[in-house]
Design a protein around this ligand. Structure first.
Ligand code: SF4
Ligand code: SF4
Length: 231
């Protein structure tokens, strides 16, 4: 073990003393060191209970083995490791979780779920956390604003049409992400235009929205989800 690795491992052991270090590996420099020692996990916090209810995942069964994190392909970009997110949800650390980049960077690949000895799928948990973040008092402190805008526009398109209307979704995402000036001045629109000319003739995208027949059923799903989020 190099001197640097030893230092990082010693530092991490101080933060997560009971953690099985062999599964987690060293913490990259860009990731938050979270001190959970001051928290006691006796019962589930209301935050954890609501995330379990919305996601349907029994995250209270997590015993921090770290196998999910060891297999996650996105940890290099995350500010909090996936198994730490689970621990922090259990402990009710709402602000840190809802303002993290991690919940927006999860690619829903489900590698973690296939590795977990307790069959906990992290992607529905991340979904529930994203939705919670958008409806919470931390909605102005979201860790990945552009991704959050894209997420909201995607859902809004599904809600309106029952399927994605890509052209409007892209336009609204660019306008609302606060990147419009760069988009124009740095000629980013050129690559979008090329994409459009490539996909429109092939019918991969449409200039106009196509609605599904049972749009109302979709709206009911959204209504139920919103009600669950308010619990
Ligand atoms: S693999 Fe499962 S039990 Fe292990 S830390 Fe991840 S969520 Fe928890
Ligand atoms: S679903 Fe998300 S947290 Fe799980 S391995 Fe994939 S990117 Fe990582």
């Amino acid at each position: 073990m190099t001197e640097t690795t030893e230092n990082i491992t010693a530092e991490k052991k101080a933060v997560f003393p009971q953690e099985k270090m062999e599964n987690s590996g060293p913490v990259p420099e860009n990731q938050t060191q979270v001190n959970t020692e001051s928290y006691q996990l006796n019962n589930l916090t209301p935050f954890a209970e609501s995330i379990i209810q919305v996601s349907g995942e029994k995250l209270n069964n997590c015993y921090q083995c770290g196998k999910c994190t060891a297999g996650c392909p996105i940890t290099y970009a995350m500010d909090i490791l996936p198994h730490h997110i689970i621990k922090m949800v259990q402990l009710g650390m709402e602000e840190k979780v809802l303002t993290s980049k991690t919940i927006w960077l999860c690619a829903a690949c489900e590698t973690c779920g296939t590795r977990c000895p307790n069959e906990i799928m992290l992607s529905p948990i991340m979904d529930a956390l994203r939705q919670r973040a958008l409806n919470s008092k931390y909605k102005n402190k979201i860790g990945e604003k552009a991704t959050a805008v894209f997420h909201r526009e995607f859902l809004s398109s599904i809600k309106s049409h029952g399927r994605v209307y890509e052209l409007m979704m892209m336009a609204m995402s660019i306008m609302k992400s606060g990147n419009l000036i760069n988009f124009i001045l740095k000629f980013e629109w050129v690559s979008y235009l090329k994409l459009l000319f490539a996909v429109l003739p092939k019918g991969k995208m449409s200039l106009f929205p196509h609605n599904i027949k049972k749009k109302k059923e979709f709206k009911n799903i959204f209504k139920k989800l919103n009600n669950a989020q308010k619990v």
